[in-house]
Design a protein around this ligand. Structure first.
Ligand code: S3P
Length: 172
């Protein structure tokens, strides 16, 4: 049975913030996949990218499979590139409903912090290119698409109403 809620979307789209709040409201656990990768490998995302992006992506695939198979009733916030490998999404879909948090790139650019995001080290304008390359994959991977372009509260309410409509419930 699918009991997890998986948040995908561009870097800076609000997945972690929304995920933590959603977890609280549903009394679900919360896992941030990037933090999981850093903890289990005792290193940082920039250090993993310094080895190579492929090295990071391999660990991201491992994390997708481990988290998907080990947790239930959990909100999982994924790194922006998790959709790049079909096997990641296949694993996450086994146990979770996939929500694409869709925030306009113009809004992300206004407030994103780039210091710990190696893909943006040449500048935040790279976001436009990433969005173009990835948008189809986000749409293709998602069970539900939720705009995050006004208030956090309205985004949360949209997700909660989808969960209710689909009868996706918190643990008894
Ligand atoms: C990445 C996004 C980051 C992190 C890594 C790669 C990406 O996560 O996984 O730097 O490919 O978009 P956030 O989406 O949490 O920033």
């Amino acid at each position: 049975m699918k009991t997890n809620i998986v948040l995908i979307g561009m870097t800076g789209s609000g997945k972690s913030t929304i995920g933590k709040l959603l977890g609280k409201e549903l009394a679900f656990s919360f896992v941030d996949m990037d933090a999981y990768i850093e903890e289990t490998n005792e290193t940082t995302i920039p250090e993993l990218f310094a080895i190579s992006e492929d090295h990071f992506r391999n660990l991201e695939t491992k994390a997708s499979k481990e988290i998907a198979s080990q947790v239930d009733y959990t909100v999982i916030s994924c790194g922006g590139g998790v959709i790049l490998r079909e096997e990641n999404m296949d694993a996450l879909k086994q146990t979770g409903w996939i929500f694409f948090i869709d925030r306009p790139t113009e809004q992300i650019i206004e407030d994103i912090k780039t210091d710990h995001r190696p893909l943006l080290k040449e500048g935040r304008e790279k976001l436009y290119q990433l969005a173009e390359e990835r948008m189809d994959l986000y749409h293709k991977s998602a069970d539900f698409i939720v705009k995050n372009d006004s208030s956090l509260r309205s985004t949360l309410d949209t997700i909660l109403s989808i969960l209710k409509r689909q009868n996706i419930q918190a643990k008894e």
